[in-house]
Write a protein that binds this ligand. Structure first.
Ligand code: ATP
Ligand code: MG
Length: 633
């Protein structure tokens, strides 16, 4: 039978339909995981265009990650039958949208990367005898910019101003400044420039529970002359409190819009009743009214809770289980006689995710999977930007694109050419003066002449000479390749990843910006260094898993100290850690496997015993595990 043409309202339940079509000026959808909030937001965009005649250029949708923005674009392209309409919309994270807005108006917006920021913090801190570590320093700066109360380790105004002065002279913005400038821009433009404000006529925000004070101000500023504001989220999934997000944002919005329509969704389309029966009692330990989720899935397997004797046996167990699920051969222990479970469908690797609390836990899991020949990708903030060669290259091209970018100049002179500090200072000062009011090219010529006698700088100027014309014309991948050759760099793994990332970009400037914005942070790292699109197990942190879903989820390290994460330096915020655990559990569609130890996480206590199938990784494999251990050395 021919299928009926699909419209934006097809297959929605009554409450979702109400949300998609709500005519009110401001609408909020507050609902639990898997209830179709994101689906509703996407449907609403399609509905606005197809049924209400709204122009795509009047629509802005804010997502929490770049990955989510990409997925949203894809779904809309399918729904709207083409790329054109989607291209006219503004879709992205707050930072990506702000960067886009600022670059439309200003030439050369330079963002400060976190390493450069730390270096400036270190320098300014030292100069002012400030006792904070660079990380704590930057946290305080950010608290201030977000209008938050300083913590006990407050930063004096003098030190803060000195830091800002540094950024200002270097012509760079940190991530909070990016938002602050966007707020200022929105406040100025909305009044005088109706055309500018148009793109925010229909403003939609996903994961609203995680926006911080500055982002809240942005939403208000963008929305001032708007026609419709639509926000969705789940306060129980608010997991960025440590970064200043504020779960009271729904209540605050209601103060601005007393007539705001608030819609709840109760039907959960993601998970089996077994999974929800475990997740709900956990989150119910937090303050708040009763949580309800009505499972729409048929009944499935019990949630497994597996006690492992060590991280290693945990990793090995996960690897073996994955191979069993995909119907592969158990290579480590083929005499164990595992056969594929009869009732479970065969899985593909991409059906499976392994989630953990901290990035650090990824390594061992990755090793274990690799040992079993399981393709995996590690999603999330990649560490290749910490590599010296990568940072050297990135800062060199940053500098070439804007010779006033002082942090970039300093970084590349230090990392690539190993220049002594006083010489770096002198050259930086020269550029600061030469470049003010002059085009970069002239400043470069002047510097080359001025420093012609300084031998250590000659290789630097030679590279500048080689690349200054090319940087604006050639593709980033080619430039980086050529630069590595000129440097005599043998392609290290991190540099290879930089090259892989560059492949998708047309020009160096936008490539570098995206890199800093973490636009590439969803880029996957595979065991072999190759990029897998599909057919691989996903490894990610609980934070990174927000909004996603997988048929099978392993939660690694469900033990005290890990989740809730606790250390002398990191006193646990138990409610937030519980929300994080809840986010992790509710990613699973069919099967959830919790890995614990003899110090189980206190969060497990909330789960009724008859909701869990308790087991161990099995003692009899001890000997073979010990053999494995030696394989890893
Ligand atoms: P989270 O809080 O985790 O972000 P969410 O509320 O955004 O979850 P979605 O990701 O939009 O939930 O939807 C979860 C799953 O349920 C998706 O696979 C989606 O396609 C499916 N779904 C949502 N609504 C319906 C529906 N009315 N009928 C069938 N499937 C649905
Ligand atoms: Mg969602």
């Amino acid at each position: 039978t021919p299928s009926a043409p699909s419209g934006p309202l097809d297959g929605l339940n009554e409450e979702q339909l109400a949300a998609v079509t709500a005519p009110e000026r401001a609408v909020s959808v507050i609902a639990g995981p898997g209830t179709g909030k994101t689906k509703t937001l996407v449907s609403r965009i399609a509905y606005l265009i197809q049924n209400r005649g709204v122009k795509p250029s009047e629509i802005t949708a804010v997502t929490f990650t770049n990955k989510a923005a990409g997925e949203m674009r894809e779904r809309l392209e399918k729904q709207l039958g083409g790329k054109r309409a989607v291209r006219a919309m503004t879709i992205g994270t707050f930072h990506a949208i702000c960067l886009q807005l600022l670059t439309e108006h200003t030439q050369g917006v330079n963002l400060l990367d976190e390493y450069e920021a730390r270096e400036i913090a270190d320098e300014v801190g030292k100069a002012h005898a400030c006792k904070l570590s660079p990380t704590a320093f930057l946290q305080e700066v950010s608290r201030r910019k977000n209008g938050l109360e300083p913590s006990e380790s407050a930063l004096s105004s003098e030190v803060f101003d000195a830091y800002q002065e540094c950024l200002h002279t270097a012509n760079v913005l940190d991530f909070d400044d990016l938002l602050l400038q966007a707020v200022a821009m929105a406040e100025a433009e909305t009044e005088k420039n109706a055309k500018w404000a148009k793109r925010f006529h229909y403003l939609l925000v996903d994961e609203f529970q995680d926006i911080n004070a500055l982002q809240f101000r942005l939403v208000q500023a963008w929305n001032r002359n708007g026609k419709s504001l639509f926000v969705i989220g789940d306060p129980d999934q608010s997991i960025y409190g440590f970064r200043g997000s504020d779960a009271h944002c729904f209540a605050r919005l209601e103060e601005s819009f007393p007539a705001m329509r608030s819609i709840r969704l109760l039907k959960n389309y993601r998970s089996t009743p077994e999974i929800l029966r475990c997740a709900l009692p956990v989150i119910s330990e937090n303050e708040g009214s009763q949580r309800l989720l009505e499972a729409q899935h048929p009944s499935g397997a019990l949630v497994r809770c597996v006690t492992a004797e060590s991280d290693l046996s945990e990793g090995i167990y996960i690897a073996k289980e994955i191979n069993r699920m995909v119907g592969g051969i158990d290579m480590l222990d083929s005499d164990a006689g595992f056969s594929h479970a009869e009732d479970a469908p065969p899985r593909s690797f991409s059906d499976i995710a392994v989630l953990y609390r901290t990035h650090r836990q990824a390594d061992l899991v990755e090793k274990c999977l690799r040992r079993e020949g399981i393709p995996c990708v590690i999603a999330g903030r990649d560490d290749f930007l910490a590599d010296d060669a990568v940072r050297g290259a990135v800062s060199f091209f940053h500098f070439l694109l804007d010779v006033q970018n002082d942090p970039a100049l300093r970084a590349c002179l230090k990392l690539v050419w190993n220049c002594p500090a006083d010489l770096i200072g002198s050259l930086a000062q020269f550029f600061a003066q030469a470049a003010s009011g002059n085009p970069s090219q002239e400043a470069l010529d002047a510097a080359a002449t001025e420093y012609a006698d300084v031998a250590v700088l000659q290789p630097f100027f030679a590279q500048v000479e080689e690349f200054r014309q090319r940087v604006g014309k050639e593709k980033p991948r080619k430039l980086l390749d050529a630069w590595a050759k000129a440097q005599g760099l043998t392609a290290s793994e991190p540099f290879q990843r930089l090259l892989n990332t560059a492949v998708f970009h047309k020009d160096m400037a936008s490539f570098l910006q995206n890199l800093l914005l973490g636009q590439e942070s969803d880029l996957m790292r595979s065991a072999t260094g190759k990029l897998y699109e599909a057919g691989a197990v996903t490894l990610m942190t609980l934070h990174g898993s927000k909004g996603l879903e997988f048929p099978v989820v392993f939660l690694a390290g469900v033990r005290q100290g890990k989740i809730p994460l606790e250390s002398p330096k990191h006193p646990a915020n138990v409610e937030e850690e519980r929300r994080l655990f809840y986010v992790g559990m509710t990613r699973a569609q069919d099967e959830l496997i919790l890995l614990t130890s003899n110090e189980p996480s206190c969060f497990l206590d909330a789960i009724p015993a008859d909701c869990l199938h308790k087991t161990t990784t099995g003692g009899k494999k001890r000997a073979s595990e010990m053999k494995q251990l030696s394989l890893f050395d």
